[in-house]
Design a protein around this ligand. Structure first.
Ligand code: ZN
Length: 403
């Protein structure tokens, strides 16, 4: 058993002052206040001083980091990405594909499914120590986010036009089989012919279906939600704008649905580049503290010097915190710890609400087994933050990740 204490703990929504968190076998046993409870004698005790313990961050939309893309063939790609993520407080994530020729996508899905299964076996085998074989704990890939090819030509961003495909059940089945059921999230434009059927089938299989890269009008977006979509991808970016008409806000489009429909959670890229801070605040006010989800949409350039990088098959120029291909934004170099601090600043939210948008809310939105909380029974995946929200240390299953 291990005992952890700090200045404060965020569950995330409830702050506990002078907390005592007991961890056993990789899980939180109990959380109490040091004034009512002594740590059991003779166990390892870790004191983080005035630090803040909070649930580990969960990134539902990540293409790469540290010079690697999740679609890369190289064996070292995912471990390098996952060590980088852990340094920025991310304890689990969805590796996210970008539209590519269908064979490339199928191969990437197979490889990602292999990796997820290998990691699951390692965890099962080393349940007692909760350590990866090289002794370096790192972020865990929980499932795959399929971004494209079922997206709009008009709102494709940098996804290659020649590889976009209309959604059909047989094609979805091919992706599903290649990923051996590991697709946990799918971004789709609901206005495409065939989309409602694919949305309904994916939702039936437990996929978090997310509206995005879409030129849908309000009605088509609502049809997607009626079919089972429950989330929206990088809201505002690669989406028909709120006021599409010249008729003074009488044609609200997909944003009208995403921002007002209570069935739908939604994510944003809070890097200060993709959205003006006031749009982040507007979004946070609309979706509220439970349905606001932070993503990074980070690409291989994240954590690397400026220069030329790849996002799938697309060449991207990175300069001044902007990733551009053909003059269009192509993902970000954002890290989740910075996204949390930005959300707090832009939306004028307290740290607990901003942390929830990177932990409990993505877990709830994606419907995953991890709950993104610190409470008895939860996985001991947590970060230690400075009072300003800088990540000091990261633990997965109670085991520290290398810095
Ligand atoms: Zn993306």
């Amino acid at each position: 058993m291990l005992a952890f204490t700090a200045g404060r703990l965020l569950t995330p929504t409830d702050p506990v002052e002078h907390p005592l968190m007991l961890v056993d076998q990789g899980r939180v046993l109990e959380i109490s206040c040091r004034s009512n409870r002594q740590a059991p004698a003779g166990i390892a005790f870790c004191d983080f001083g005035d630090g803040v313990m909070a649930p580990g961050y969960i990134d539902l939309h990540l293409h790469g980091s540290a010079g690697y893309d999740v679609m890369d063939d190289a064996d070292e790609a995912l471990p390098a990405i996952e060590q980088f993520l852990a340094r920025h407080g991310v304890t689990s994530y969805f590796p996210t594909t970008v539209t590519a020729p269908i064979d490339v996508t199928l191969r990437a899905l197979e490889r990602l499914a292999d990796t997820i299964e290998t990691r699951e076996r390692q965890i099962a085998r080393q349940n007692l120590e909760r350590q990866t074989p090289d002794g370096k704990n790192r972020a865990f890939p929980l499932g795959i986010h399929l971004e494209g090819p079922f997206i709009s030509h008009a709102r494709r961003g940098v996804h290659p036009a020649e590889n976009l495909l209309p959604p059909t059940l047989p094609l979805f089945e091919r992706f599903w089989q290649a990923a051996r059921g590991r697709i946990r999230m799918m971004t789709i434009a609901p206005e495409l012919e065939g989309a409602p059927e694919v949305i309904a089938e994916a939702a039936r299989r437990g996929v978090c279906v997310s509206l995005g890269h879409s030129d849908a009008d309000f009605e088509a977006a609502e049809r997607g939600i009626a079919a089972g979509a429950r989330h929206a991808t990088h809201t505002f970016n690669a989406m028909r704008s709120l006021d599409h008409s010249t008729l003074d806000h009488r044609n609200p489009g997909i944003l009208g649905a995403v921002l007002t429909d209570r069935r739908v959670s939604a994510d944003i890229i809070a890097d200060g580049v993709h959205l003006h801070p006031v749009i982040v605040k507007l979004f946070a006010n609309a979706k509220g503290p439970e349905q606001t989800v932070l993503i990074t949409d980070a690409i291989s350039a994240t954590g690397m010097p400026e220069g030329r990088y790849r996002l799938g098959s697309v060449e991207v120029n990175v300069h001044d915190d902007k990733c551009l291909a053909d003059g269009k934004l192509a993902g970000s170099v954002l890290t989740m710890d910075r996204a949390v601090r930005n959300l707090a600043r832009f939306a004028k939210w307290e740290l607990p609400q901003a942390v929830a948008a990177a932990s409990q809310n993505p877990a709830r939105a994606a419907g995953i087994a991890k709950k993104g909380i610190l409470a008895g029974g939860a996985d001991a995946d947590f970060v230690v933050l400075s009072p300003e929200g800088e990540v000091l240390r990261t633990f997965i299953g109670g085991v520290e990740c290398s810095r």
